[in-house]
Design a protein around this ligand. Structure first.
Ligand code: GDP
Ligand code: MG
Length: 722
């Protein structure tokens, strides 16, 4: 027997995840929707005498095709025709939440409304007449408190009834929203034509198709064009006509008129005594009172900086210890292999290729987790929405949206994030162009892997102004990212900003479970995506830096030298001499390797910015993972294993080397911070944008910007006589 499929739909933050977890417990399965990056969460419900598969749809405010989430949710409902939709609605924000409900009703799906957050509504002095709401909507409404599990049994009993007898229990036909005379008339006409031709009859109800055509829904129009090009053209021209008419008479578009009427419909329902306030309505709720302070024009930004700085501080100070544990574990593992395996390619591959590469990623996890935990706190409590709200005004200037701020922070906007989850955090952005502009510029942030290089070069050349330079580079990364986004929005991603009102959800006390889930979700994305790719890439990079190896005559020379040392010296002195020889040999081998040759060849261009071949090799390595830059520089300057040894001596070594001076260091830093994102990020950009074209564009765009910056600073500095 086919299992019964139920869909869980609702606005972001309505409590979907909480309800989903409460209903399915541990019986969950996470996958991806085919072809897109949106996660598909499924779980099994058993209880109340029936079992069903529940699919947790992505949280959406609407079913227009603005974002991937909305398209996924819509396609799922239309194609897989769930036996019932559990529409979770935040009782404390009924008006906004019912917008989605209206659209679900228009899709003529069997719906049960789960009226969540009844506790919050009660605390705010609201009483909701549930029966009246159910009557007015024409579907069953069950009050619940997902967090405590209250009402879930009744909810599922109701769902069972709807599944068994959809017609009797739920009557979506009952409501028919009027969209005003102009639209209603054309809607009627289009609906009957669509019904006659059976257009998309397998997927959507005819009236809904007509409505979407009038709303100018491009995804759907595309679908219609494929199936019935003639009808599509007719419908489109009718839609255009009514749109023109509305613009002339009301100065608004059909889309806006439709949205207005939907809200009007909801307001109408709510006004009919569904909600009564115990307190008088003008009273400030707790959230509003907190907002008076936290989003205050003057105090707000100061508090925001304080909060962000606290996250920065907590993340770095608390993670130091666990990071060092992971590091020493991998160092121990290297040491063990080093002493137990015979010298040769296998040993080198295991230690330099695999353990260094994977260890570099895993070593990072405590820090990342802690940072994501902090972000989950400000996100779940509702504060992040305030940060976005305050940043919105600034971001708009650069053609972005306030919600972009999240992606930048996760990527390292405060310092020490990772662009991989940052790229994924852009999913919350609804406008494709704003999203793409954010996606392409988040890698400019100072992710955690860039910090060691900043520390190394700043320590070597600008030690007297260490924190100033660190802070300067953080600030600069924001400036460059925003300007780069603006350039994109003026050229390849031109277009008007989406009219999307920022909303401020009420403040809530986060639960530990919720925080743990959110932290783990993001960390897991990082491990999964970074972990798999980084292994392949670090092996490739290892091969590039190892082969073809020293030419025979040079190798013979090193061997002769070695023999001489063995004969000439004794004891500690011998060890030291051999060690130095070994580093020199490694450096020579690196220069002779494929990466070394490429580095030398690149000098023809990079001399303009002051980079020598050794720096070039490190930058090539940095494309695989920015962590690699420091260790490669170490090898190139024959410092042996700096990553496990003593980075201070590398910085002293660089400070004395004729290749380097403060100007070169500055130009290198600029290039390093802004050039191509690491390979893993590039892969994620390709996946998130749906095409490799954008991934390559990202590499080219950022490398060009980095090169120009380094060029300007280096040549400018030379002119000024530094
Ligand atoms: P989602 O974005 O729809 O998945 O929402 P979540 O399930 O992550 O819930 C958002 C926040 O609301 C979390 O902090 C939950 O703990 C909280 N929450 C969920 N249901 C309830 C409820 O019934 N009452 C209260 N007070 N909080 C809830
Ligand atoms: Mg969720």
């Amino acid at each position: 027997m086919q299992p019964i499929v139920l869909a869980l739909a609702g606005n972001p933050n309505a409590g979907k995840t909480t309800l989903f977890n409460a209903l399915t417990g541990a019986r969950q399965h996470v996958g991806n929707y085919p072809g897109v990056t949106v996660e598909r969460k499924e779980g099994e419900y058993r209880g109340n005498g029936f079992s069903a598969v529940i699919v947790d749809l992505p949280g959406t405010y609407s079913l227009t095709a603005y974002s991937e989430e909305e398209v996924v949710a819509r396609d799922f409902l239309a194609l897989e025709k769930p036996a019932a939709v559990i529409n979770i609605v935040d009782a404390a924000n009924l008006e906004r939440n019912l917008y989605l409900t209206c659209q679900l009703l228009e899709l003529k799906l069997p719906i049960v409304v789960a009226l969540n957050m009844m506790d919050v509504a009660r605390d705010r002095g609201m009483t909701i007449d549930v029966d009246k709401l159910a009557t007015l909507l024409g579907v069953p409404v069950v009050p619940i408190i997902a967090r405590s599990g209250q009402g879930l049994d009744r909810l599922m009993q109701t769902v069972k009834k709807v599944v068994e007898q959809p017609a009797a229990a739920s009557d979506p036909d009952k409501i028919r929203i009027s969209y005003g005379d102009d639209i209603d008339r054309i809607l009627l006409d289009m609906t009957s034509r669509i019904r006659e031709q059976g257009l998309l009859a397998d997927k959507y109800p005819p009236r809904w198709v007509a409505l979407k055509v009038i709303e100018n829904d491009e995804t759907l129009l595309g679908e219609i064009e494929e199936r019935a090009p003639e009808l599509a053209a007719e419908l489109k021209s009718e839609a255009d006509r009514v749109n023109d008419h509305l613009v002339k008479t009301y100065d608004t578009y059909s889309e806006a008129v439709i949205a207005d009427h939907r809200y009007g419909f909801i307001k109408g329902i709510l006004k009919r005594g569904v909600i009564t306030h115990r307190y008088d309505e003008n009273r400030l709720y707790t959230s509003d009172r907190i907002d008076k302070v936290l989003t205050n024009r003057f105090a707000g930004p100061v508090i925001m900086l304080g909060v962000l700085y606290t996250i920065y501080y907590v993340t770095f100070s608390l993670s130091a210890l666990p990071v060092s544990w992971v590091e020493s574990f991998f160092n121990g593992l290297s040491g063990l292999l080093n002493s137990s395996l015979p010298d040769g390619a296998l040993k080198s591959l295991l230690i330099s290729g695999i353990i260094n590469g994977v260890g570099g990623v895993l070593g990072f996890i405590p820090l990342i987790m802690l940072m994501f935990f902090c972000i989950a706190i400000i996100e779940d409590s509702g504060y992040l929405a305030r940060v976005s709200f305050m940043m919105d005004r600034i971001f708009r200037i650069f053609g972005l949206h306030g919600s972009s701020v999240m992606a930048y922070i996760v990527s390292g906007g405060i310092a020490g994030g990772c662009a991989v989850p940052g790229v994924m955090a852009t999913r919350t952005l609804r406008s494709p162009k704003e999203r793409m502009a954010t996606l392409l510029t988040v890698p400019f942030m100072n992710c955690g892997a860039k910090l060691p290089i900043l520390a190394l070069l700043i320590g070597a050349f600008f030690a007297d102004h260490r924190s100033l330079y660190m802070f300067g580079f953080t600030l600069l990364s924001w400036v460059i990212a925003l300007v780069a986004a603006k350039i994109l929005r003026l050229t390849v991603l031109r277009g008007a900003p989406t009219p999307f009102v920022m909303e401020l959800p009420p403040y809530r006390f986060p639960t530990f479970k919720g925080l743990a889930i959110h932290t783990w979700e993001r960390t897991w994305q990082y491990i999964k995506k970074a972990g798999t790719v980084i292994l392949a890439i670090s092996i490739l990079l290892w091969a590039m830096m190892t082969y073809p190896g020293l030419p025979p005559d040079q190798a013979a020379r090193f061997d002769r030298e070695r023999n001489r040392i063995v004969e000439q010296y004794r004891g500690e002195k011998k060890e030291l001499q051999l060690k130095m020889l070994e580093s020199r040999r490694e450096a020579a081998a690196l220069r002779a390797s494929a990466a070394g040759r490429l580095g030398v060849a690149l000098e023809k261009v990079t001399w303009l910015c002051g980079f020598k071949w050794r720096t070039n090799i490190a930058l090539i390595g940095g494309f695989a993972a920015k962590e690699v830059v420091v260790s490669t520089l170490g090898t190139a300057y024959s410092m042996g294993q700096v990553d496990t040894g003593d980075p201070v001596s590398l910085s002293r070594r660089l400070a004395r080397d004729p290749d380097w001076n403060p100007l070169v260091a500055l130009s290198t830093l600029l290039f390093m911070v802004f050039y191509a994102p690491c390979f893993v990020t590039v892969v994620c950009i390709a996946r998130e944008s749906g095409s490799w074209k954008w991934a390559f564009f990202s590499i080219a765009y950022s490398t060009t910007i980095a090169f120009l910056l380094a060029l300007m600073v280096y040549q400018g500095g030379r002119l000024l006589g530094f």
